[in-house]
Design a protein around this ligand. Structure first.
Ligand SMILES: *[C@@H]1O[C@H](CO)[C@@H](O)[C@H](O)[C@H]1NC(C)=O
Ligand SMILES: *[C@@H]1O[C@H](CO)[C@@H](O)[C@H](O)[C@H]1NC(C)=O
Ligand SMILES: *[C@@H]1O[C@H](CO)[C@@H](O)[C@H](O)[C@H]1NC(C)=O
Ligand SMILES: *[C@@H]1O[C@H](CO)[C@@H](O)[C@H](O)[C@H]1NC(C)=O
Length: 411
């Protein structure tokens, strides 16, 4: 026992000494094991993009872009990055997942969604939702309790509406709205609640992993549900309205700890029960870069709203009977009117996604009107929730499918 402990300590001391000496130069490896010898291992290399977010990545890669500021109807000041293209085939607006920002679209090393779309000739607009690093201002300098009083509902209704109108006005073309996870929930809210506007501005929604109906989700997050009332009480008492706000320094430190102690496999192992798939479907190369840009801030209300979706009802935020009466005029919150969607709404699901699970997505699909189902749905084999962004092979499958669909759509 003592010897084992000693060996482990000695091992980490050596790791520590070598890591400190090489300043984490080799921070990306092909397998989990390679990380243990990354300073001399041929399967390892230095990934320049660790810790960087969208503008720095674009600067470093010398990809020309513009910053655009859009103010929503309810006063949030958003940053949208525009990557221009001469004679673009189409304009794609990219709508990111929870606890991330537009940087998530660069995950995937050399195989990111941004890379594939640019190669294929599309102009891209990368939205950063309210509350994230580049979109954390409000015209009225609201106190935290009011600033963070939003969920995917407001992101869909206000952020998307303002940004889609803004881009449409500049580009004079109908947009492709491409989303993942939270971005997909917000897309379904937008398309359901503003169907006329959506028809005017959007030609096609492509929504990956839509977590709208969660009863059959097997995510480990379920174990937290019984504690939600308690957690809610605690956050209220402590005045916590957001998680991971101003977290960059902590993220930086945690990423260094992961690299220093070769915890890449632990990070992947921890993620699996929450998002499904297998340890082996995640690309080990992308673990440090993923941890270096996650988490971004999210409102407590967004998480509360998601917890409510485990009832398998896609409803607006539930404040409790009394406040619902005041806010909505009914005891139960209104249903999102999925049947009103007026534009093709193409869903891409992951076969082994236990969060945005197949049953829930097929339930959503069954409720869509015919126009929304024009292009059916597509299932990525062996794909968990996280694999859409950091899988070994799954992103390429999704990307190939999307590009083919877009070609067909434009033919
Ligand atoms: C990174 O790994 C390579 C082997 O692929 C090795 O030659 C190089 O010395 C390593 N870099 C550093 C800074 O240790
Ligand atoms: C865009 O905004 C970011 C963040 O404020 C800044 O770092 C970057 O230099 C700006 N880029 C351009 C092209 O204006
Ligand atoms: C990046 O991807 C392209 C095409 O998929 C490939 O030809 C190239 O070798 C890759 N580069 C690296 C550094 O992996
Ligand atoms: C549309 O764009 C023009 C500039 O191209 C601008 O003057 C006008 O205010 C914009 N309208 C809206 C509704 O954003």
């Amino acid at each position: 026992m003592k010897e084992t402990l000693l060996i482990i300590v000695a091992f980490y001391l050596v790791q520590f000494a070598s890591a400190a000496r090489i300043h984490f130069d080799n921070n990306s490896c092909k397998t989990y094991l390679d990380y243990f010898t990354r300073s001399v291992n041929k399967n390892c290399y230095h990934n320049d993009f660790l810790y960087l977010q969208t503008p720095q990545i674009l600067d470093k890669r010398k990809i020309p872009y513009e910053n655009h500021t859009v103010i929503t109807e309810d006063g949030y000041i958003l940053t949208v990055f525009r990557i221009l293209k001469e004679n673009p085939k189409d304009v794609i607006v990219m709508l990111h997942p929870i606890v991330q920002d537009s940087t998530s679209w660069f995950l995937g090393d050399n195989g990111s969604y941004v890379d594939r779309f640019l190669e294929a000739g599309y102009e891209l607009w990368l939205l950063n939702f309210r509350g994230t690093t580049y979109s954390d201002k409000h015209i009225a300098n609201l106190p935290p309790a009011q600033y963070w009083d939003f969920s995917f509902h407001e992101i869909g209704l206000y952020d998307f509406s303002a940004v889609f109108r803004y881009i449409n006005n500049i580009t004079n073309t109908k947009l492709i709205a491409f989303s993942f996870s939270l971005g997909s929930s917000a897309s379904s809210v937008y398309a359901s609640e503003k169907p006329e506007e959506a028809k005017q501005l959007i030609k096609l929604f492509i929504a990956m992993a839509v977590p709208d109906f969660l009863r059959d989700s097997k995510t480990l997050l379920r174990v937290l549900i019984p504690f939600v009332p308690l957690l809610k009480a605690i956050t209220r008492i402590l005045g916590i309205y957001a998680f991971f706000d101003n977290f960059r320094l902590i993220t930086y430190l945690l990423t260094n700890i992961v690299l220093l102690f070769n915890l890449e496999s632990l990070v992947a192992l921890t993620a699996v029960p929450f998002v499904g798939g297998s340890f082996f479907s995640i690309n080990p190369r992308l673990i440090p870069i993923g941890t270096s840009t996650t988490p971004e801030a999210t409102s407590v209300k967004t998480l509360e709203h998601y917890v409510q979706l485990f009832d398998n009802k896609f409803l607006q935020f539930d404040y409790g009977r009394k406040k619902n009466l005041a806010v909505y005029g009914t005891e139960e919150p209104p249903k999102y009117r999925i049947e009103n969607i007026n534009v093709p709404f193409h869903i891409i699901l992951g076969e082994s996604d236990i969060l945005a699970n197949k049953k829930g997505i097929l339930l959503l699909y069954s409720k869509l009107p015919d126009i929304a189902k024009t292009y059916g749905y597509f299932e990525v084999p062996g794909c968990s929730h996280a694999d859409f962004l950091i899988g070994k092979t799954q992103p390429a499958i999704a990307q190939k499918h999307i590009l083919e669909l877009l070609e067909k759509f434009n033919a």
